[in-house]
Design a protein around this ligand. Structure first.
Ligand code: PMP
Length: 423
């Protein structure tokens, strides 16, 4: 595909025109937390509210019909974006809820009757995660273990920020029920060999749950080629609205899973003392769903498809190579994660000697550079790396080498400021 035309793309994002602090041009390098939204997405959501707004899958009136069609068309567009079929795509609030859905379904399966017994996780079973997980793909598994008596195990992260796959041999056993791992680390930028891990997990009969929150927005992901069983991602990190996420699951697994949340819209038949469930994906979408957000996310997928996900990935790869070189070579700066752009996304976390990340972040903010500081919801990973917190710059299709330079200048400014004040 054509290379990314950043100037044209930036003109689609109203917020990128604004200034912050003392008339500083905004340098937005926090897309790992949430992306900005192009006009096309904002327009699609507004158009739904202005012309078709109704509760989907309910009313007998024309608006309800239009809203339902828009919602289901959106499902089909988003499914197509990740190479899936519509019926395999469940809408959730975000990645966090999608992962909780799977974790709760697997513990609910133990008491949901014969039909669901195959998927039940119980005492003696094991759940395998990794040390680089976002809390969203760690805490729900800790909680599943608490509910079921299963045991949590984890793969280590090496000094250069990769998974230590040599441990798989010992960690994967007939007891392993689930392997849950991130596709791309939101701290290190590391892109994990998911297909390889999935193939080995399947040899022992484990289910593979992939946290795609940082991969689906940034490079082409075809869920059928990936070899996983579930993939979760968030609309707001891929140019889409807040409040919508996706759980993709293999059809036969979704059909074999009991619900997570229960209530309206997800039932087959309801009696006074019990109920039966609808087929997926409705079984997992209790209550009035987020149709306007689904329509917005479909517009985001269309936008990314028009740019070309290969082009997005190539643009980010070039930015990563530049950023790794520029930030990684600064004196007194420790880059966390891989030191080359190979199998590494455009998320760079770093520490600056003798300066707290919050201070680095504040100096950057004064200059208009919006980065993130803290443990980025990956506290165990920071502990493993021996740092309490870090500063993170994360780039997307609308970022340029000038944005990388602004980060570098921000780091230098922090170093200058604190060198002066400590004298
Ligand atoms: N996993 C990863 C790797 C993430 O970066 C994030 C977002 N910070 C999440 C999960 C959670 O996403 P959300 O907050 O949209 O549920």
């Amino acid at each position: 595909s054509e290379p990314v035309d950043v100037a044209r793309i930036r003109s689609d994002f109203p917020i990128l025109d604004r200034t912050v602090r003392q008339d500083r041009a905004l340098v937005y390098v926090d897309s790992g937390a949430t992306s900005q939204k192009p006009r096309q997405v904002l327009d699609a959501e507004r158009d739904f509210y202005e012309r078709h707004n109704a509760a989907v899958h309910r009313g007998a009136h024309q608006l309800a019909e239009e809203a339902t069609d828009a919602y289901e068309d959106a499902r089909s567009t988003i499914a197509g974006f990740v190479g899936a079929r519509s019926e395999e795509l469940v809408f959730t609030k975000n990645t966090t809820e999608a992962i909780n859905l799977v974790a709760y379904a697997l513990s609910n399966a133990a008491t949901a009757g014969e039909a669901y017994a195959d998927l039940a996780v119980g005492p003696g079973d094991e759940i395998l995660v990794t040390e680089m997980e976002h809390h969203a793909n760690l805490v729900p598994w800790q909680q599943l273990c608490e509910r079921t008596g299963a045991r949590l195990r984890w793969l280590s992260v090496t000094a250069d920020g990769r998974l230590d796959l040599s441990e798989l041999e010992d960690l994967l056993t007939a007891r392993t029920k689930v392997v849950a791992l991130t596709h791309q680390s939101n701290v290190l930028g590391t892109i994990n060999p998911v297909s390889e891990v999935a193939a080995r997990a399947h040899e022992v009969g484990a289910l593979v749950v992939v946290d795609g929150a940082q991969s689906v927005p940034h490079f082409p992901v075809d869920v059928t080629q990936l070899g996983a069983d579930f993939v979760a991602f968030s609309g707001h990190k891929m140019l889409g609205p807040n409040g919508i996420g996706v759980l993709w699951g293999r059809s036969e697994l979704l059909s074999a899973m009991p619900p997570f949340l229960t209530g309206g819209s997800m039932i087959g038949v309801v009696y006074m003392d019990h109920s039966t469930w609808a087929e997926p994906p409705q079984r997992f979408e209790a209550g009035v769903p987020m149709a306007p957000q689904a329509v917005g996310l479909a517009a985001a997928c269309d936008y990314l498809t028009a740019v070309g996900m290969d082009a997005v990935a190539a643009h980010e790869h070039a930015l990563t190579a530049y950023a790794v070189k520029q930030i990684g070579s600064l004196d007194g700066v420790r880059l966390l994660g891989p030191e080359t752009a190979e199998n590494r996304g455009a998320t760079l976390s770093f520490t600056v000697d003798d300066i707290h990340p919050h201070d680095v972040g504040q100096v950057m903010d004064d200059r208009g550079v919006a980065a993130r500081v803290g443990h980025h919801c990956a506290w165990p990973l920071h502990r493993k790396l021996g740092v309490v917190a870090s500063t993170r710059a994360s780039f997307y299709l609308y970022n340029t080498e000038q944005d990388v330079d602004a980060v570098v200048e921000g780091i230098r400014a922090a170093q200058d400021f604190f060198a002066r004040t400590s004298k």
